[in-house]
Write a protein of this length. Structure first.
Length: 106
């Protein structure tokens, strides 16, 4: 019995140290492919959508306001929206949730 315990201690102590960290490395790799990479891709798509905004686009804001882009202020990062007849508001470019309809090319 004593010899079996000695052999178990020797085999446990002499293992490869890389194998001890393998589960941790695998968890990090899985988190990258399932969480970090898709989030970065989504951020890139949102940035492309915001950069493509132009006058005449119909948009939806994060607050639920639907309006038509009347003007853009690049320096300040804001968008002027026409929400009703003679009613214009200024919102942050980051508040745009989605473009509902692109301006028709004439």
């Amino acid at each position: 019995m004593h010899s079996l315990l000695m052999m178990a201690n020797q085999s446990a102590g002499g293992g490869n140290p890389i194998m001890a960290f393998l589960p941790l490395i695998m968890i990090i790799v899985v988190m990258y492919f399932f969480m970090i990479r898709p989030q970065a891709k989504k951020q890139k798509e949102v940035k492309a959508m915001l950069d493509a905004l132009e006058k005449g686009d119909k948009i939806l804001t994060n607050g639920g306001i639907i309006g038509t882009v009347q003007g853009l202020k690049e320096a300040e990062g804001t968008v002027y929206l026409k929400v009703a007849e003679n009613v214009k508001i200024e919102v942050s470019r980051g508040a745009v949730a989605q473009v509902l309809k692109k301006k028709k090319e004439a």
